[in-house]
Design a protein around this ligand. Structure first.
Ligand SMILES: CC[C@@H](C(=O)O)C(=O)SCCNC(=O)CCNC(=O)[C@H](O)C(C)(C)COP(=O)(O)OP(=O)(O)OC[C@H]1O[C@@H](n2cnc3c(N)ncnc32)[C@H](O)[C@@H]1OP(=O)(O)O
Ligand SMILES: [Co+2]
Length: 140
């Protein structure tokens, strides 16, 4: 079902500082910060040759990452995002397997303009999973 690793997301209490470290210390190409109020985060994209890193910090009082940051004040790896070629079929199959799809179960438009869903971390060994609809022809 799952295809490419689209991104690894890291929560950072100091987004500008984290972006500087990736750019100046690791020599990565980083974007300007992008506020995404519908997701309750501000994100900096780090482009790698084979994948991406999302540096996230909370945006707004209802941010879904606020609890994570409270438990991990220094930040940490927050989720893994895999591409799937049919997000709705994947969702329905996962639900039938007993996996908990977060929120109302309907996809939101993610950071790359494509539909995304999240799966409960307790159903995958303590790792939060995001599924992103692959661009046509891009799933391996
Ligand atoms: C940039 C846009 C978009 C993209 O296109 O890429 C994004 O990535 S947006 C990213 C932010 N959005 C989301 O994460 C949406 C889905 N997440 C959620 O709905 C919540 O974060 C959550 C998974 C329900 C957790 O919320 P929280 O308030 O922390 O809930 P709980 O306190 O009830 O936690 C339950 C339980 O799960 C553990 N937990 C929480 N987050 C994680 C995590 N990231 N990884 C692993 N485990 C996690 C938490 O510790 C609790 O465990 P126990 O204490 O043992 O019960
Ligand atoms: Co993400």
């Amino acid at each position: 079902m799952i295809g490419r690793l689209n991104h690894v997301a890291i929560v950072a209490p100091d987004l500008a500082g984290a972006a500087r470290r990736y750019r100046d210390v690791l020599g990565a190409e980083v974007s300007a910060p992008v506020p995404l109020p519908e997701h309750g985060v501000t994100v900096v994209f780090v482009n790698l040759p084979n994948s991406k890193i999302e540096l996230l910090t909370p945006l707004g009082a209802e941010s879904p990452i606020a609890g994570f940051l409270a438990r991990n004040p220094g930040g940490g790896v927050h989720h893994l995002c895999y591409e799937v070629d049919d997000l709705i079929a994947a969702r329905d199959r996962l639900i039938a397997s007993g996996v908990r799809v977060l929120g109302d179960g309907e996809p939101k438009t993610g950071a790359h303009g494509l539909p995304v869903l999240f799966l409960h971390p307790k159903d995958f060994n303590g790792s939060l999973i995001e599924l992103e609809q692959a661009r046509p022809g891009e799933v391996d």
